[in-house]
Design a protein around this ligand. Sequence first.
Ligand code: FES
Length: 216
Amino acid sequence: MNSSYVVGIDVGGQTSKIGVVDARGTVLAQTVIRTDTYSDVAPYIVELAEAVRKVIKEAGAEVTVIVGFRSKDIVILEEEFKACADRLILMTDDGSYGRHGLVTQPLKEMLEAGEEFDEVLAIGPIPMMKFVSLTTKPFGTHTSVSLNPIMVDGTGMCGGCRVTVGGETKFACVDGPDFNGYEVDFDEAMMRSRMYAPFERHAHEKTCNLYRKEVR
Ligand code: FES
């Protein structure tokens, strides 16, 4: 499937419409699921993921999902990932579940084996997105990363989410959050994401102390 196609999801009160649209706005595949029959969001997400998988399949795409976790005890959404992927590769840092290692390993193996992808999407910690982009760059596979900088107003006015992309200042809240991974200054993004780390540590310790007092 060409990377200029997008999946659109219109969540309504009674129904949700899911479709694949090309650059001209032509709908290539579409489906509708009920929204109002769910009182819990989790089963709705599973059906939504299955509907997304169905329409992108109809539009001719195959999806490989690689997900990574620190260890087995924090693995989440495995069924949801399975529902929207033709192939799911689950990695853990300590090898306690799935394959042992980082998400970049199977990605590199597939690219080196000659597999071709129209688009690689990386969503997660900044260092992971940096190394996914470094992995795909020698193969020229278009790579989008979804940046998650600190956001304050979300309108492009406060500057909190400032990132440098292609040598230009961008605001992730209005210009992104998805950018070309080859153009992002990840080192600056990492440095800015750590700006409030001491405050976060202090707030966490304070909460822990409050909790300890409550249980005594
Ligand atoms: S969150 Fe304020 S400019 Fe983006």
